[in-house]
Ligand binder design. Structure first.
Ligand code: C2E
Ligand code: CA
Ligand code: CA
Ligand code: CA
Length: 274
Protein backbone atom coordinates (compact mmCIF):
# COMPACT_ATOMS: atom_id res chain seq x y z
CA UNK A 1 0.00 0.00 0.00
CA UNK A 2 1.84 3.01 -1.27
CA UNK A 3 0.45 6.34 -2.29
CA UNK A 4 2.32 9.33 -3.54
CA UNK A 5 2.05 11.95 -0.84
CA UNK A 6 2.76 15.62 -0.86
CA UNK A 7 6.34 16.71 -1.59
CA UNK A 8 6.59 13.76 -3.96
CA UNK A 9 7.26 11.38 -1.12
CA UNK A 10 5.53 8.06 -0.99
CA UNK A 11 4.29 7.14 2.43
CA UNK A 12 4.92 3.72 3.76
CA UNK A 13 2.04 1.63 5.07
CA UNK A 14 2.31 -2.04 5.99
CA UNK A 15 0.54 -4.46 3.69
CA UNK A 16 -2.61 -6.16 4.94
CA UNK A 17 -1.03 -9.57 4.74
CA UNK A 18 1.84 -10.74 6.88
CA UNK A 19 2.74 -8.16 9.51
CA UNK A 20 5.69 -10.36 10.41
CA UNK A 21 7.07 -10.53 6.88
CA UNK A 22 6.75 -6.78 6.54
CA UNK A 23 8.57 -6.30 9.78
CA UNK A 24 11.40 -8.54 8.72
CA UNK A 25 11.71 -6.71 5.43
CA UNK A 26 11.64 -3.36 7.20
CA UNK A 27 14.31 -4.57 9.60
CA UNK A 28 16.57 -5.66 6.77
CA UNK A 29 16.20 -2.29 5.06
CA UNK A 30 16.63 -0.42 8.32
CA UNK A 31 19.94 -2.05 9.05
CA UNK A 32 21.45 -0.48 5.95
CA UNK A 33 19.67 2.86 6.06
CA UNK A 34 22.50 4.89 7.55
CA UNK A 35 25.23 3.60 5.25
CA UNK A 36 22.91 4.23 2.30
CA UNK A 37 22.33 7.83 3.37
CA UNK A 38 18.58 7.35 3.63
CA UNK A 39 18.19 9.05 7.00
CA UNK A 40 17.89 12.79 7.38
CA UNK A 41 16.68 15.21 10.00
CA UNK A 42 13.86 17.70 10.10
CA UNK A 43 13.76 20.47 12.67
CA UNK A 44 10.67 21.90 14.29
CA UNK A 45 10.80 25.40 15.79
CA UNK A 46 10.01 26.05 19.42
CA UNK A 47 8.76 29.58 19.92
CA UNK A 48 7.91 32.13 22.55
CA UNK A 49 4.18 32.69 22.19
CA UNK A 50 4.00 36.39 23.05
CA UNK A 51 6.92 37.52 20.87
CA UNK A 52 7.05 34.79 18.21
CA UNK A 53 10.78 34.54 18.90
CA UNK A 54 12.62 31.30 18.05
CA UNK A 55 13.90 29.74 21.27
CA UNK A 56 14.94 26.34 20.00
CA UNK A 57 14.28 23.48 17.63
CA UNK A 58 13.57 19.78 18.00
CA UNK A 59 15.39 17.33 15.74
CA UNK A 60 13.11 14.68 14.25
CA UNK A 61 14.53 11.82 12.23
CA UNK A 62 13.18 10.92 8.77
CA UNK A 63 13.77 7.79 6.74
CA UNK A 64 13.39 7.98 2.99
CA UNK A 65 13.72 4.52 1.49
CA UNK A 66 13.88 4.29 -2.34
CA UNK A 67 11.23 1.56 -2.44
CA UNK A 68 9.15 2.17 0.66
CA UNK A 69 9.12 5.93 0.44
CA UNK A 70 9.05 8.06 3.55
CA UNK A 71 8.67 5.73 6.53
CA UNK A 72 7.32 7.59 9.59
CA UNK A 73 9.32 7.35 12.84
CA UNK A 74 6.38 5.72 14.58
CA UNK A 75 6.97 2.73 12.30
CA UNK A 76 10.72 2.38 12.62
CA UNK A 77 11.84 3.79 15.99
CA UNK A 78 10.42 0.90 18.00
CA UNK A 79 11.90 -1.55 15.49
CA UNK A 80 15.24 0.20 15.83
CA UNK A 81 14.88 -0.13 19.59
CA UNK A 82 14.05 -3.84 19.44
CA UNK A 83 16.99 -4.61 17.18
CA UNK A 84 19.48 -2.41 19.00
CA UNK A 85 19.98 -0.30 15.87
CA UNK A 86 18.76 2.71 17.84
CA UNK A 87 22.19 3.06 19.40
CA UNK A 88 23.81 3.67 16.04
CA UNK A 89 20.91 5.76 14.80
CA UNK A 90 20.62 7.79 17.98
CA UNK A 91 24.30 8.64 17.91
CA UNK A 92 24.05 9.69 14.29
CA UNK A 93 21.03 11.89 15.03
CA UNK A 94 22.79 13.56 17.92
CA UNK A 95 25.90 14.25 15.88
CA UNK A 96 23.95 15.66 12.92
CA UNK A 97 21.81 17.83 15.17
CA UNK A 98 24.79 19.32 17.02
CA UNK A 99 26.63 19.91 13.76
CA UNK A 100 23.57 21.65 12.36
CA UNK A 101 23.65 24.19 15.17
CA UNK A 102 27.19 25.12 14.22
CA UNK A 103 26.23 25.34 10.53
CA UNK A 104 23.27 27.62 11.19
CA UNK A 105 25.49 29.82 13.30
CA UNK A 106 28.03 30.04 10.47
CA UNK A 107 25.20 30.97 8.12
CA UNK A 108 24.13 33.76 10.46
CA UNK A 109 21.22 32.12 12.26
CA UNK A 110 21.27 31.91 16.02
CA UNK A 111 19.21 29.00 17.30
CA UNK A 112 19.45 29.09 21.09
CA UNK A 113 18.71 25.42 21.73
CA UNK A 114 18.67 22.02 20.08
CA UNK A 115 16.37 19.34 21.46
CA UNK A 116 17.11 15.70 20.64
CA UNK A 117 15.03 12.65 21.56
CA UNK A 118 16.65 9.83 23.48
CA UNK A 119 15.29 6.32 23.62
CA UNK A 120 15.34 4.07 26.69
CA UNK A 121 17.60 1.63 24.89
CA UNK A 122 20.30 4.27 24.71
CA UNK A 123 20.45 4.26 28.50
CA UNK A 124 20.79 0.53 28.80
CA UNK A 125 24.29 0.48 27.40
CA UNK A 126 25.71 2.30 30.38
CA UNK A 127 26.55 5.94 30.75
CA UNK A 128 25.64 7.87 27.65
CA UNK A 129 27.25 11.02 29.00
CA UNK A 130 30.62 10.13 27.46
CA UNK A 131 29.04 9.62 24.04
CA UNK A 132 27.22 12.94 24.34
CA UNK A 133 30.36 14.64 25.64
CA UNK A 134 32.41 13.35 22.69
CA UNK A 135 29.88 14.67 20.19
CA UNK A 136 29.77 18.07 21.87
CA UNK A 137 33.56 18.32 21.73
CA UNK A 138 33.73 17.13 18.13
CA UNK A 139 31.11 19.57 16.90
CA UNK A 140 32.00 22.43 19.22
CA UNK A 141 28.44 22.95 20.46
CA UNK A 142 28.19 24.38 23.96
CA UNK A 143 26.62 21.78 26.31
CA UNK A 144 23.95 24.12 27.66
CA UNK A 145 22.57 24.55 24.13
CA UNK A 146 21.69 20.87 23.92
CA UNK A 147 18.51 19.57 25.52
CA UNK A 148 17.83 15.88 25.62
CA UNK A 149 14.21 14.72 25.65
CA UNK A 150 13.22 11.59 27.50
CA UNK A 151 9.78 10.26 28.30
CA UNK A 152 8.55 9.46 31.77
CA UNK A 153 8.76 5.74 31.08
CA UNK A 154 12.46 6.04 30.26
CA UNK A 155 13.01 7.55 33.66
CA UNK A 156 10.75 5.21 35.58
CA UNK A 157 11.58 1.92 33.85
CA UNK A 158 15.28 2.16 33.24
CA UNK A 159 17.49 0.91 36.00
CA UNK A 160 20.12 3.50 36.87
CA UNK A 161 18.36 6.14 34.79
CA UNK A 162 18.92 8.57 37.63
CA UNK A 163 22.65 7.93 37.55
CA UNK A 164 22.88 8.51 33.80
CA UNK A 165 20.70 11.58 33.98
CA UNK A 166 22.89 13.01 36.69
CA UNK A 167 25.95 12.24 34.52
CA UNK A 168 24.37 14.18 31.67
CA UNK A 169 23.54 17.03 33.99
CA UNK A 170 27.10 17.16 35.22
CA UNK A 171 28.44 17.70 31.70
CA UNK A 172 26.04 20.62 31.37
CA UNK A 173 23.34 19.43 28.98
CA UNK A 174 19.67 20.17 29.61
CA UNK A 175 16.95 17.61 30.12
CA UNK A 176 13.27 17.74 29.15
CA UNK A 177 10.50 15.31 29.98
CA UNK A 178 8.69 14.52 26.76
CA UNK A 179 4.97 13.69 26.43
CA UNK A 180 4.53 14.80 30.02
CA UNK A 181 1.31 13.62 31.61
CA UNK A 182 0.84 10.53 29.45
CA UNK A 183 3.11 8.16 31.31
CA UNK A 184 3.43 6.85 34.76
CA UNK A 185 5.47 9.48 36.49
CA UNK A 186 6.27 9.99 40.07
CA UNK A 187 6.37 13.52 41.34
CA UNK A 188 8.95 12.45 43.89
CA UNK A 189 11.24 11.51 41.04
CA UNK A 190 10.64 14.78 39.34
CA UNK A 191 11.72 16.60 42.45
CA UNK A 192 15.02 14.74 42.61
CA UNK A 193 15.90 14.97 38.97
CA UNK A 194 17.96 17.68 37.31
CA UNK A 195 15.21 18.41 34.77
CA UNK A 196 14.66 21.89 33.33
CA UNK A 197 11.68 21.43 31.06
CA UNK A 198 8.29 19.72 30.88
CA UNK A 199 6.71 19.17 27.49
CA UNK A 200 2.92 19.01 27.70
CA UNK A 201 1.81 16.17 25.46
CA UNK A 202 -0.08 17.01 22.30
CA UNK A 203 -3.07 14.93 23.39
CA UNK A 204 -3.89 17.47 26.12
CA UNK A 205 -3.55 20.44 23.77
CA UNK A 206 -5.65 19.05 20.95
CA UNK A 207 -9.11 19.66 22.42
CA UNK A 208 -8.15 22.37 24.83
CA UNK A 209 -11.07 24.65 23.99
CA UNK A 210 -13.73 21.92 24.07
CA UNK A 211 -12.63 19.38 26.64
CA UNK A 212 -12.73 20.57 30.25
CA UNK A 213 -10.56 17.68 31.45
CA UNK A 214 -7.80 18.43 28.98
CA UNK A 215 -7.93 22.06 29.99
CA UNK A 216 -7.63 21.13 33.63
CA UNK A 217 -4.67 18.84 32.95
CA UNK A 218 -2.84 21.44 30.86
CA UNK A 219 -3.36 24.06 33.55
CA UNK A 220 -2.20 21.65 36.25
CA UNK A 221 1.01 20.85 34.35
CA UNK A 222 1.71 24.55 33.82
CA UNK A 223 1.22 25.19 37.54
CA UNK A 224 3.34 22.21 38.51
CA UNK A 225 6.15 23.43 36.29
CA UNK A 226 5.91 26.91 37.72
CA UNK A 227 6.01 25.79 41.29
CA UNK A 228 9.01 23.58 40.60
CA UNK A 229 10.78 26.30 38.65
CA UNK A 230 10.73 24.36 35.40
CA UNK A 231 10.01 25.73 31.98
CA UNK A 232 6.92 24.31 30.34
CA UNK A 233 6.43 23.97 26.60
CA UNK A 234 3.25 22.82 24.88
CA UNK A 235 3.48 20.35 22.00
CA UNK A 236 1.16 20.08 19.03
CA UNK A 237 -0.12 23.65 19.05
CA UNK A 238 -2.12 23.94 15.85
CA UNK A 239 -4.33 26.97 16.36
CA UNK A 240 -4.15 30.54 17.55
CA UNK A 241 -6.83 29.73 20.13
CA UNK A 242 -4.65 27.06 21.69
CA UNK A 243 -1.69 29.45 21.81
CA UNK A 244 -3.85 32.15 23.40
CA UNK A 245 -5.15 29.71 25.98
CA UNK A 246 -1.63 28.68 26.92
CA UNK A 247 -0.42 32.24 27.22
CA UNK A 248 -3.44 33.14 29.34
CA UNK A 249 -2.56 30.33 31.72
CA UNK A 250 1.10 31.17 32.04
CA UNK A 251 2.72 28.96 29.40
CA UNK A 252 4.70 31.08 26.98
CA UNK A 253 6.46 28.34 25.00
CA UNK A 254 5.00 26.30 22.18
CA UNK A 255 5.81 23.94 19.37
CA UNK A 256 3.39 22.85 16.68
CA UNK A 257 1.99 23.23 13.19
CA UNK A 258 0.54 26.66 14.04
CA UNK A 259 4.13 27.92 14.04
CA UNK A 260 5.78 25.45 11.71
CA UNK A 261 5.90 21.82 10.72
CA UNK A 262 9.25 20.08 11.06
CA UNK A 263 11.36 21.37 8.14
CA UNK A 264 14.73 20.98 6.46
CA UNK A 265 17.67 23.07 7.75
CA UNK A 266 17.65 25.48 4.78
CA UNK A 267 13.94 26.17 5.13
CA UNK A 268 14.43 26.97 8.78
CA UNK A 269 17.31 29.26 7.88
CA UNK A 270 15.25 31.15 5.32
CA UNK A 271 12.28 31.61 7.56
CA UNK A 272 14.09 32.69 10.72
CA UNK A 273 17.17 34.52 9.47
CA UNK A 274 17.14 38.17 10.67
P1 C2E B 1 7.75 13.36 19.76
O1 C2E B 1 9.12 13.40 20.32
O2 C2E B 1 6.63 13.56 20.71
O3 C2E B 1 7.74 14.43 18.59
C1 C2E B 1 6.65 15.24 18.25
C2 C2E B 1 5.87 14.64 17.11
O4 C2E B 1 4.69 15.41 16.91
C3 C2E B 1 6.61 14.68 15.76
O5 C2E B 1 6.19 13.56 15.02
C4 C2E B 1 6.07 15.96 15.14
O6 C2E B 1 6.18 15.99 13.73
C5 C2E B 1 4.63 15.91 15.58
N1 C2E B 1 4.02 17.24 15.65
C6 C2E B 1 4.60 18.41 15.94
N2 C2E B 1 3.71 19.42 15.94
C7 C2E B 1 2.51 18.87 15.65
C8 C2E B 1 1.18 19.40 15.51
O7 C2E B 1 0.92 20.59 15.65
N3 C2E B 1 0.20 18.51 15.21
C9 C2E B 1 0.44 17.18 15.04
N4 C2E B 1 -0.59 16.39 14.72
N5 C2E B 1 1.67 16.65 15.17
C10 C2E B 1 2.70 17.49 15.47
P2 C2E B 1 7.23 12.62 14.24
O8 C2E B 1 8.33 13.47 13.66
O9 C2E B 1 6.45 11.75 13.34
O10 C2E B 1 7.88 11.76 15.39
C11 C2E B 1 7.14 10.84 16.13
C12 C2E B 1 7.90 10.33 17.30
O11 C2E B 1 9.03 9.56 16.88
C13 C2E B 1 8.49 11.42 18.19
O12 C2E B 1 7.49 11.94 19.03
C14 C2E B 1 9.57 10.65 18.90
O13 C2E B 1 9.03 9.93 19.97
C15 C2E B 1 10.04 9.68 17.83
N6 C2E B 1 11.27 10.22 17.22
C16 C2E B 1 11.42 11.08 16.18
N7 C2E B 1 12.72 11.32 15.93
C17 C2E B 1 13.42 10.60 16.86
C18 C2E B 1 14.82 10.41 17.15
O14 C2E B 1 15.71 11.00 16.51
N8 C2E B 1 15.13 9.56 18.18
C19 C2E B 1 14.18 8.93 18.91
N9 C2E B 1 14.58 8.11 19.90
N10 C2E B 1 12.88 9.09 18.67
C20 C2E B 1 12.49 9.91 17.67
CA1 CA C 1 10.22 14.81 21.57
CA1 CA D 1 6.49 14.68 22.57
CA1 CA E 1 5.16 11.55 21.40
Amino acid sequence: AKARGRNGYRFYAPSMSGEGVERLRLETFLRRSLEKDEMFLNYQPQVEIDTGRLVGVEALVRWNHPELGLVPPNRFISLAEDTGYINQLGKWVLYQACLQMVRWQEAGLWVPKMAVNLSAKQFERGSIASMVGDILRETGLEPHRLQLEVTESVIMNTGDAMVFINDLHSIGVGLAIDDFGTGYSSLAYLKQMPVQTLKIDRSFIKDISTDANDEAIAIAIIQLGKSMNLSVIAEGVETEQQAAFLLRHGCNLAQGYFYSKPVLPDDLLQRWQS
